[in-house]
Ligand binder design. Structure first.
Ligand SMILES: Nc1nc2c(ncn2[C@@H]2O[C@H](COP(=O)(O)OP(=O)(O)OP(=O)(O)O)[C@@H](O)[C@H]2O)c(=O)[nH]1
Ligand SMILES: [Mg+2]
Length: 227
């Protein structure tokens, strides 16, 4: 099966410069960047390296995932955000999980052997919110018998055909959450691998907590009331 590495960026020049040598850009059949229009040099950096950059017509990770499914020619897709949170060494593990026959492989920040960015924090609000949403997803949608520990993380791989089959339409950072729920509804084979989440390198977070939380809640309600 052919493999495509999809790099998702929006103004990440500082991290990209530091991480670039660790990203396995030459290892797979296909690689491209999807970007909504960075103005900090991220796009120019990748172009200079000879990596194709596809510009999104509209910003948001939701649009980026749908675009990747349409553009990619390969069978297996891994999505990687080069901002310091995601460990490039896990990219190969995600592809391996797909090659083993899983439809989706999620890099989990909450399973045994994993670490979440907020683990050292006294008030890990985002982690708690994530874990509450994750618990609800398991209660309402998971009939596999294996608890999914991180329903939201965007660092994941999926078979392209399966991604298309899910017909995702959620906005921004709710896209991965919708993917997990719809995959559970369709009884897709999901595997998680533990990941050690690093600290963000430079740049700014694009995931504002309150609007992201509301989008995720909206997806949860929509999926509860649809087949
Ligand atoms: N293509 C694309 N990438 C995006 C978009 N929004 C965010 N990203 C990228 O997706 C990755 C994750 O976004 P972050 O803002 O780091 O979200 P987060 O990891 O939840 O937030 P932090 O913990 O603060 O880093 C980064 O590489 C971003 O540059 C978008 O609209 N389009
Ligand atoms: Mg991040």
């Amino acid at each position: 099966m052919t493999k495509c590495l999809v790099i998702l960026t929006w103004n990440e020049i500082e991290a990209v410069k530091k991480l670039y040598d660790k990203i396995p850009v030459n290892k797979y059949d296909e690689v491209f960047v999807i970007d909504p229009g960075s103005n900090d040099g991220t796009i120019e950096f990748f172009k200079e390296k000879g990596i194709e950059v596809k510009i999104q017509p509209k910003k948001g990770r939701g649009v980026a995932f749908v675009m990747a499914a349409e553009i990619a020619k390969s069978d297996l897709l891994v999505f990687f955000g080069p901002d310091g949170n995601e460990n490039p060494d896990d990219i190969e593990k995600l592809f391996q999980g797909l090659e083993e026959g899983n439809d989706i492989v999620i890099a989990s920040r909450f399973m045994k052997g994993a670490r979440n960015e907020e683990d050292a924090s006294l008030l890990p609000l985002r982690k708690w919110a994530n874990q509450i949403f994750t618990l609800l997803v398991n209660i309402f949608f998971n009939r596999t018998g294996t608890y999914i520990t991180d329903t939201i993380n965007g660092f994941r791989g999926i078979k392209k055909d399966k991604l298309k089959e899910l017909k995702l339409n959620a906005e921004g950072f709710a896209i991965e959450f919708q993917m997990t729920i719809r995959a559970l509804k369709k009884r897709f084979k999901i595997k998680e691998i533990p990941t050690i989440e690093g600290e963000r390198i430079g740049g700014k977070s694009k995931a504002k907590s309150i609007p992201t939380g509301l989008k995720i809640l909206k997806v949860l309600l929509q999926e509860l009331f649809s087949k």
